[in-house]
Design a protein around this ligand. Structure first.
Ligand SMILES: [Zn+2]
Length: 183
């Protein structure tokens, strides 16, 4: 996995383009949580479930089906609790993309097993053909060491920088659209 911070920042970048309105900060925050959630599957290691199992790391929790289900749940929560939120379809699409971006980024890392995008229908693990991101260690101790520094450096270049550019472009486009509306 890229580190949790990088998954969260990718979701915020998507939110910067896709979600506007007064509740946007809360919605971006929920999207960031969605983007981090698939890695809760590391608890499976504590239960002795092998990495390659469909319930193992990067298995079912990283699938598109779980992304769709989580998006449905979080959309319902957001619609109920946020006074002003975008429409259901837009919210769902954002939460789905935020969650699915996790598997996509994992599939661009250079280590571990691939991502079971189509679980539970297929156990096949996938990587993208292009895998520039250094894989982040699961152990927090290793992450805090030299390898963690190298991983963060890799993620800064391959995730944070593109995410910042996407976010700024989204905000700039929106500002232009708003000022055009005011003219
Ligand atoms: Zn992951």
């Amino acid at each position: 996995m890229p580190s949790v911070f990088s998954h969260a920042i990718a979701a915020v970048a998507i939110g910067g383009v896709a979600v506007e309105g007064r509740s946007r900060a809360a919605i971006w925050g929920l999207g960031a949580l969605c983007a981090v959630a698939p890695d809760l599957d590391v608890v499976s290691l504590l239960f002795g479930i092998p990495y390659s199992h469909v319930l193992g790391h990067r298995g079912l929790s990283h699938s598109l089906l779980v992304a769709a289900l989580l998006a449905t749940l979080v959309t319902a929560l957001a619609r109920r609790n946020l006074a002003e939120s975008p429409g259901t379809a837009k919210l769902w699409l954002f939460f789905f993309l935020a969650t699915a971006s996790h598997g996509l980024l994992d599939a661009m890392t250079n280590g571990g097993l691939g991502v079971a995008f189509f679980a539970p229908f297929s156990d096949t693990r996938y990587f993208l053909p292009w895998r520039p991101i250094l894989v982040s260690p699961i152990s927090i101790h290793v992450f805090l060491g030299y390898r963690g520094v190298r991983v963060m450096w890799s993620e800064l270049g391959w995730i944070w920088l593109p995410a910042a550019l996407v976010l700024l472009a989204g905000l700039a486009l929106r500002r232009r659209a708003t000022s055009r509306r005011l003219l």
